[in-house]
Design a protein around this ligand. Structure first.
Ligand SMILES: [Zn+2]
Length: 251
């Protein structure tokens, strides 16, 4: 049994028995893990009432070899993000980032992924501009960090960059764009038109720089493309639950 102390973000929190909670964590050092916080639901718990999703802290737990559920000994809260619960769209965005991490993060610790999630959640707390644009940008960054970013600068077939005003298509299978000349060769249900402005905004959303876009004009197209891209490339063609909420709310 090893004692582990690592920075961690709480992704999910479940009530367990009368008195305890089970937490799903993304830790900086040992990746995803589940811990039980015994007694966390008691009024005078040593954990306080602080074990809520989207919070960051330093977790100390006993990791038992061969076990999937470890026993949380202490959680030192560093940053709570309860304010995300006050606004549905910000909350949905945070739910999307954490759902992606829960389902697709690698088993081992990944410092950059951990930092990216923290940055994304902070952005949703602080975003002054359009919240949906912040969600789109931070979700693409997380998907990129997992190694799945699409290629949108050059045609996936001929390799040429399309002219700025040219309409292209987005090919889900290739995970990239196809120019109008090559499009007849590709066809198929996984191809969707992408107008010049939609492509330009997708390029901006995917930009690796720490630019923070104020607002995209083609938000609906971008949201559906992101949803379907994640479903196709990461989730066996099933949209993530978090998108159901966004779709229901935004149409
Ligand atoms: Zn081409």
């Amino acid at each position: 049994m090893a004692l582990v102390t690592t920075e961690a973000t709480i992704l999910k929190s479940y009530e367990y028995s009368e008195t305890s909670k089970i937490l799903r964590l993304l830790t900086r050092d040992v990746g995803l893990c589940s811990v039980i916080a015994k007694g966390a639901r008691r009024p005078k718990s040593r954990f306080g009432g602080l074990l809520e999703p989207f919070s960051d802290g330093v977790a100390t737990f006993y990791a038992k070899e061969g076990r999937e559920l470890h026993t949380l000994s202490w959680f030192e809260l560093r940053r709570e993000r309860q304010i995300l619960g006050n606004e549905l769209l910000r909350f949905a965005g945070a739910g999307l980032l954490t759902e992606i991490v829960l389902r697709f993060a690698p088993a081992a610790g990944d410092e950059q992924l951990f930092a990216q999630l923290g940055h994304g959640l902070d952005r949703l707390v602080e975003a002054k501009g359009d919240v949906l644009t912040a969600i789109l940008e931070e979700t693409w960054r997380l998907v990129g960090r997992l190694g799945f970013a699409p290629s949108v600068d050059r045609c996936a077939v001929c390799g040429e960059p399309p002219a700025p005003d040219q309409e292209t298509h987005f090919d889900m299978v290739n995970g990239g764009i196809v120019c109008s000349r090559c499009q007849p060769q590709v066809r198929g249900p996984d191809l969707r038109p992408l107008a010049a402005e939609e492509r330009a905004e997708l390029v901006q959303l995917l930009s690796a720089e720490r630019s923070e876009l104020a607002k995209v004009n083609t938000a609906r197209t971008q949201r559906l493309l992101l949803r379907d891209f994640i479903a196709y490339h990461l989730a066996d063609n099933r949209p993530l639950n978090s998108f159901r909420f966004l779709d229901g709310r935004l149409g």
